[in-house]
Design a protein around this ligand. Structure first.
Ligand SMILES: [Zn+2]
Length: 294
């Protein structure tokens, strides 16, 4: 057996690529390569936030939520609608930032003309702060992001019952008795299990601080080192890791998943490039997969 190679003391240990990303009781899959293809999938909710080129595995998603309508995030929608028809499945519900919704519908109508059959699919024009039910006690809640085209991120918010604080520690039979007598011993609390920004400027961290409380935050961070200058990253409406450094201790998430890495970076060098940030960040920092896992 070979001895492990010692790490030089001034080199932080690289971030490990995740086998599985969790968000509360859900799993988060997908892949992202900046400018090429991005899809974030929660299989248990049949939810895709962005659809990339519309790979076949996404056909199971009943909810397709777009952060914005750039091709690498939204291009696969007409194809997925056609696939669902092929398989005899009902059309999925589409969620599109309100300011882009009319143009998006016109795009779908043009596809219907060239296909010569209806593609269907209700298009919901999303507004930040509104709530869209996607399952039992589960909502999609858009929040504002900052990109050169109309854009919003999404939180997945869940409602759960919990024992009211004043009753914590009471024995079970006593609580059961209180319930029988019609006393309200529980309260409903809402909690974001997942937040996904989509493409954005780093301003999202300061202007939408509630996303720093979600169990898991998938945050765009396209550029990771000096191969891209900060000003150029900003001009494209993207986050540079240098800009994220001052916020390292602000995140309250359990997992912070950085995503949408540029093709400038090889997948195997990304964990090492993230290490300087991960060392100072409170949450576990993970890279979102760059290769399609399905
Ligand atoms: Zn993109």
């Amino acid at each position: 057996m070979q001895a492990p190679v010692p790490q030089p003391s001034n080199t932080p240990a690289p971030v490990e690529a995740p086998a599985l990303i969790r968000a509360g009781e859900f799993t988060v899959g997908g892949f992202s390569l900046g400018g090429v293809e991005t899809a974030v999938v929660v299989p248990e909710l049949r939810l895709a936030i962005d659809v990339g080129r519309g790979r076949q595995a996404l056909v199971r998603c009943d909810h397709l939520a777009l952060t914005h309508t750039h091709m690498d995030h939204a291009g696969g929608v007409p194809y997925l609608l056609a696939l669902r028809q092929l398989y005899g499945m009902a059309a999925p519900t589409l969620y599109v930032p309100a300011q882009a919704a009319e143009a998006f519908k016109a795009m779908l109508a043009a596809w219907e003309k060239v296909q010569r059959y209806p593609l269907g699919g209700p298009v919901i024009a999303t507004e930040p702060g509104e709530r869209y039910p996607i399952g039992r006690d589960t909502w999609l809640v858009p929040f504002r992001t900052y990109h050169p085209v109309p854009s919003n991120g999404y939180q997945v918010v869940r409602a759960k019952k919990r024992l009211r604080a004043e009753h914590i520690g009471r024995p079970g039979p006593e609580l059961a008795d209180m319930k029988r007598r019609g006393l309200v011993i529980e309260e409903i609390v809402e909690h974001a299990v997942l937040a996904v920004t989509g493409d954005t400027l780093v301003e999202v961290v300061e202007k939408q601080p509630h996303i720093l409380e979600a169990d898991t935050l998938v945050l765009e961070c396209t550029f990771l080192d000096g191969r891209k200058q900060l000003a150029d990253a900003r001009a494209g409406g993207h986050v540079h890791l240098d800009e994220l450094m001052p916020f390292a201790s602000a995140f309250r998430n359990r997992q912070l998943v950085l995503s949408h890495f540029s093709q400038l970076y090889r997948a195997d060098e990304v964990p090492g490039l993230l290490a300087r940030f991960a060392e100072n960040a409170r949450p576990t920092v993970l890279p979102f997969p760059m290769d399609p896992t399905f």
